[in-house]
Design a protein around this ligand. Sequence first.
Ligand code: SF4
Length: 354
Amino acid sequence: MYNTIKKQELLRWYNLNINKRYMPWRSTNDPYKIWLSEIMLQQTQVKTVIPYYNKWIKKYPTLESVAKSNIDDLLKIWEGLGYYSRCRNFHKSSIKIFQDYNGKIPEDFDQFKELPGVGEYTAGAVLSIAFGKKIPAIDTNILRVMSRILGLKERSKSNLSKIKINMIDYLNTERPGDINQALMDFGAMICKNKDPVCKNCIFQDICKAWEVGDPEGYPAKNKKVAVKKILMSSGILVDDELILIVKKKNGIYREMWQFPSITIKSSIKKNLIKKKFKEEFGIKIKSMKLIGSFNHLLSHRNINVKVFSIEARKTLIESKDFKWIKAKNLNSLPLPNLDKRVFKLFHNYRNDSK
Ligand code: SF4
């Protein structure tokens, strides 16, 4: 009974506030679109995702259009959103759905969770919102709200299980998807990480963290992950008007195109870098010049990139992993932001030396 009252209050709050956080995927029941939005939202803010989502849906209105597309085109749309494995896995999943499920997104939790790139949270969110399944979708917002209400400080497996059990009970309603979304929004807007708006909160009378006067202390802060420093030399290899680019076979930029680069342990001399480029890419280097450097920050990496302009001879034979391309055509291929910054330095250098 108590839970029922809280659910009604939460849904009332949700209905009143839903428009304060505009999200285009909230106005659809299409499981494909809901799933896409959940994938794009992983580690990414809503305001960043919205233009990417709109552009994607315009070009790929159905899951079938994704399954039939090639990965280069999909990565091109994803370009700049980061965490590119999300895009590769979404593509793989779309193909699998047509191979194994006749093109119909599975409604079964275990089957859906088996798809590449789908974790417990994504499965819970998509199945509860699109198919009304009573499955929790515990994101960082829900984790925070529930930890505070239940007074669970430690980020442990047993506390996560307690939250899940409470959520399953709480989702026992006609609108489990709305409850999941309402709690997520409640965490983002009211029960915030810093300065939660406890005054007039609908859960105040049952909230243990409020009772002990320490809402921000629940749950305990995550331990900071050390940022790894990486030194990298990136080279724009030029033969007259053509530039060499390489398709990555592994790593975070797999399936994307990058300028040839080498990773080095510590600062090394230009001659050794030249030698390494020659060994790695088998190209005759005429001359090379350091044209600039920058730091590129990723979530757990700080990459110091030194950029070289390298005059080379086009001895390397083109293959599906190497391409000599005119600079003006670079835009047609998916390039990570790091390489866009490399190219900007090169472009400015070329313009200055004209
Ligand atoms: S009382 Fe404060 S800490 Fe507790 S749920 Fe409400 S906003 Fe969160």
